[in-house]
Design a protein. Sequence first.
Length: 430
Amino acid sequence: MSERKLLPISQPISGTIKIPGDKSISHRAVMLGSLAVGTTKVANFLTGDDCLNTIKAFQALGVSIDREGTNVTITSRGATALEEPKQPLYFGNSGTTARLMIGLLSGLPFVSIIHGDPFLTIRPMDRVVIPLKKMGVSFVGREDGTMLPLAINGGSLKGITYPLPVKSAQVKSAILLAGLFAEGKTTVIEPALTRNHTENMLAAFGADIHTNKNEITITNKQGLQATDVFVPGDISSAAFFMAAAAVVPGSKLTLTNIGLNETRTGIIDVLHQMGASIVIDNEQIISGERIGDITLTETGLRGIIIEGNIIPRLIDEIPIIALLATQAEGTTIIRDAEELRVKETDRITAVVDVLSTLGADIQGTKDGMIIHGRTELSGGNISSYNDHRIAMMGVISSLIAKAAVVLDDVSSIAVSYPRFFEDLRQVINK
Ligand code: S3P
């Protein structure tokens, strides 16, 4: 446990931060680089615990992966050269590693045993296991093979057409990665647009993949070819600093090289609707992903309704949006976000607990929350629920609280943003 006492600040924050690499894209770069023939160089890789667990998994499958800081070099002889792991593969806290690897390992002709930390062990895997069983994979594990630890007997898959019952990029990606190895075509039909990094990157590595509106089809094709990947800054990490600049009076922050893929920019749309002053400069496309610099200047905020198809475009940002809503005039209603209940923790319960402990007027609903603003935040003792995004929301809350905020444990922040406190210190003008 790593407790942290955080004192309020009395002056604006300002400056420029280079936000670390995107978590989703870093995972996928290691996965596809390991399946491809040749050498893949990944720049600006996220060195968070989750992505390091993905690297370790492929090293255990026999792939040569070297890392120097945020530069990763993967050398592989392709999917057919991957070896049966001699030990169980450990994915720590990483839901993305677990779900995507279940799909990928399903295509490989050997037995893999996978496990994770106590929090990952209670997260639902049936959402990927059910369609993969339809493709011909067999699983052994608790709860009829739908929870970790899990044994996967991979190989001999057949393609399916699968309408996704949940709005989940992890489930979509698991099926597409299995589809790389399946006989015939595999089609996933999405109920709403979710992050499309898997599709973009598979195309860049030479896979036969096509998107037609909400249907994505992949055809079995061995022999992905290595290609270099530049990982943009993670908009989900940037969101904490956007929020800090939006709520600390007089602040102005610039965040550089941020990924602006439209499947991820719901937070920018929400900040605009809430009345924030946000400017995007230096837009360009690198490695198939749009990037740019974001400058946010503090102005007043107003409450809004957030619902429907925007939800998957900002699902990871809802905890920090809830904090913004406590500082907005009027009521903010968040609906259609029941997926929050199965994240690293039940994020509806966690957000409501943390913010109401600090004096916010917030109620949880079955699929979201209702927040009445604007309320001044008090100090207090809060829990991070061992969830990196709840912990970072707690830290940003402390900047505007009237007294000290004590967070029980900040160690989970290393999952997605190991440099978080250094970057924060840099923009606090003491
Ligand atoms: C992710 C997809 C989302 C997101 C998670 C990362 C990904 O999860 O919450 O942090 O990289 O595909 P779901 O697919 O469960 O919505």
